[in-house]
Design a protein around this ligand. Structure first.
Ligand code: ZN
Length: 479
C-alpha cells in the first residue's frame, strides 16, 4: 500500500497588545458591551480617514526581526476586497504587495534536534468584527459586534515545512512563546488573540511532488488545530488510497462532529482585487528604526535563563524549565520578589505549579493562586510555621478558593506545633499504642524511628514539628 506523508503550512493571526486600534483611537479592551468601542473610522463610515498606529507598526517590526525576516524599508497597506457582514467597509486594510517582513525562519524542537521552518512573510492588517449567532429558539438572525473591528492583527505565514502533527504543535508552541517573550501580544487563545489556519496536503512518502492542499480556517486552540490535522491526514489518505482526487478548498472544523467540512471551493483562486490603499501613506522603515526596535527588545529566553543561573543560583535544568514560557517565568520572578528563596520557590514551580497548569490547561497568569501566595507558603515552611506536607494542603485549598494561604492556615489551625509539652503527649501516646515499634527502636532499628514519627504526625494531623518529634523519640527510646 502507498504510504503518504503530510505537508503542513500555517497562517497564524495574532492580535497585538496595543491600547488603541490600528487606524483610530478606540480601545482594544476585550469583553466590553457590544459596539461600545467604535467610531466612524472603525465602523467604516464614508469620508473618514484612517491614521496608522505607530505602536502597531513597531510591534510588527519587532515580530519580523524576532522571526529573522528581512524588513521591507518601504511598505504600505493594500485593500483586500470582499463582502462579509462583520466588515462594514467591504474591504479589509491589509498588506499584499510589500509585506513588512519577508523571508524569515524560526527553529522548532524536533526530537533531540531542531528544525528550521521558513517564514514566507509577516504582515500587518486590521481585524474584522464578530458575528454573534443567537441561540434563542426560532431566532433567524445574527448580531454583529464591531468592538473588535480595527484591532491590529499580524499574520505570520509559514512555508509548508512541517511534516507531522507533532512538528505543527512544536511550531505553534515555539511561536506562542516567542510572541509572549517579545511582548507584542498576550496570546490569550480563549479571547481569540491567537488563531490558527492550517493548510495541509499529502504526498507519496519520499516524493518531492506536492499534492493538492486544503485550508482549514478559524482554529482557536492548538488542540483543535491538531485534531484537525489528524482528521485531514486520515480523510485525504483514504481518498488517495482509493484512487480519488483531493479537491482544493477551504474547510471548517466542526467541534461537535470532530470533522472538517467544505466551506468554499478554491478551484478558482479567490480574487480579492488587492490595490494600494489611497487613504494611507507609505511607511518608511530605515535601518536606524530597525536598530532602535532591536535595542528595545525585552529580555529574551536565553538571556533570562543565563540570569537565573548567574544571579539566582539556579541549576541549568531549573532555569531551562522555568523560562520555557514567559508567563511561567514572570510568575516565578514575582514570587521570588515577594520572598527571596529562589531555589525553594523553583522546586514548588517545577512540581506543584507546573502540574496544576498542565491539568488545568492554563497559563501561569491565570492560576487562582497568585505568585505572592506561593511565596507566602514557602516562607511559612521556612519559618517552621507549617510543615511541607501542610504546605501542599494549603496550596490545594488556596487554588480551590483563591483565599490567601496565611488566612487558610490561621482559620484551620494548621500552624505547626513546636511546643515540647504538647508534642511530647502525642509521642507518649504513640509509643504506648505501638509497643512493638518501640521495642525495635530500643533494639537499635533506625528505620523504625521514621515509622513511629509517621504515627505521631498522623496523631497530630500533620501539625507536630517533625524535627522535634524525631528528637523526642530518640531521647525516650535510644541512648
Ligand atoms: Zn474606532
Amino acid at each position: 500500500m502507498t504510504q503518504f506523508e503530510p505537508v503542513i503550512g500555517m497562517e497564524v493571526h495574532v492580535e497585538l497588545a496595543t491600547e488603541s486600534k490600528i487606524f483610530c483611537g478606540c480601545s482594544t479592551r476585550f469583553g466590553q458591551e457590544p459596539n461600545t468601542q467604535t467610531c466612524p473610522i472603525c465602523l467604516g463610515m464614508p469620508g473618514v480617514l484612517p491614521v496608522v498606529n505607530r505602536k502597531a507598526v513597531e510591534f510588527t517590526i519587532r515580530t519580523a526581526l524576532a522571526l529573522n525576516c528581512l524588513i521591507n524599508e518601504r511598505t504600505w497597506f493594500d485593500r483586500k476586497n470582499y463582502y462579509y457582514p462583520d466588515l462594514p467597509k467591504n474591504y479589509q486594510i491589509s498588506q499584499n504587495y510589500a509585506c513588512l517582513g519577508v523571508n524569515g525562519w524560526i527553529e522548532i524542537p524536533v526530537g533531540d534536534s531542531v528544525k528550521r521552518v521558513r517564514i514566507n512573510n509577516v504582515h500587518l492588517e486590521e481585524d474584522a468584527g464578530k458575528l454573534v449567532h443567537t441561540e434563542l429558539p426560532g431566532a433567524d438572525y445574527s448580531l454583529v459586534d464591531l468592538n473588535r473591528a480595527g484591532t491590529p492583527l499580524i499574520e505570520i505565514v509559514s512555508e509548508p515545512d512541517m511534516a507531522s502533527a507533532e512538528e505543527a504543535l512544536a511550531y505553534m508552541v515555539t511561536l506562542k512563546n516567542l510572541l509572549e517573550y517579545i511582548e507584542v501580544s498576550d496570546c490569550k487563545m480563549q479571547e481569540g488573540r491567537l488563531r490558527f489556519e492550517v493548510n495541509i496536503s499529502l504526498r507519496e512518502a519520499g516524493s518531492s511532488k506536492l499534492g493538492t492542499k486544503v485550508e482549514i480556517k478559524n482554529l482557536n486552540s492548538m488542540k483543535t488545530a491538531l485534531k484537525c490535522i489528524e482528521y485531514e491526514m486520515k480523510r485525504q489518505s483514504e481518498i488517495l488510497a482509493s484512487g480519488g482526487r483531493v479537491v482544493q478548498e477551504t474547510r471548517l472544523w466542526d467541534e461537535a462532529t470532530g470533522e472538517t467540512r467544505a466551506m468554499r471551493s478554491k478551484e478558482f483562486a479567490h480574487d480579492y482585487r488587492y490595490f494600494p490603499d489611497p487613504d494611507l501613506v507609505e511607511i518608511h522603515i530605515p535601518p536606524s528604526w530597525q536598530e532602535e526596535v532591536r535595542q528595545n527588545l525585552p529580555e529574551l529566553q536565553d538571556a533570562k535563563r543565563r540570569r537565573y543561573i548567574e544571579e539566582l543560583g539556579l541549576p541549568e535544568y531549573d532555569a531551562r524549565v522555568l523560562t520555557a514560557s514567559k508567563k511561567t517565568a514572570t510568575y516565578y520572578e514575582k514570587a521570588v520578589a515577594a520572598y527571596h528563596n529562589p531555589k525553594a520557590i523553583s522546586n514548588w514551580m517545577m512540581t506543584e505549579v507546573l502540574r496544576e497548569l498542565r491539568e488545568r490547561e492554563m497559563d501561569a497568569d491565570e492560576l487562582p493562586l497568585k505568585p505572592e501566595g506561593l511565596a507566602a507558603i514557602v516562607r511559612m515552611i521556612d519559618e517552621g510555621k507549617i510543615s511541607g506536607k501542610i504546605g501542599k494542603e494549603v496550596f490545594q485549598k488556596a487554588l480551590e478558593s483563591g483565599e490567601a494561604p496565611e488566612a487558610i492556615v490561621q482559620r484551620e489551625g494548621l500552624i505547626q506545633v513546636s511546643d515540647t509539652g504538647e508534642v511530647e503527649r502525642w509521642v507518649d501516646e504513640a509509643i504506648s499504642e505501638n509497643p512493638d515499634m518501640a521495642e525495635k527502636i530500643r533494639a537499635g532499628n533506625e528505620k523504625t524511628i521514621q515509622a513511629l514519627v509517621g504515627q505521631v504526625m498522623k496523631k497530630s494531623r500533620g501539625k507536630a514539628n517533625p524535627k522535634l518529634v524525631n528528637e523526642l523519640i530518640r531521647q525516650k527510646l535510644t541512648n
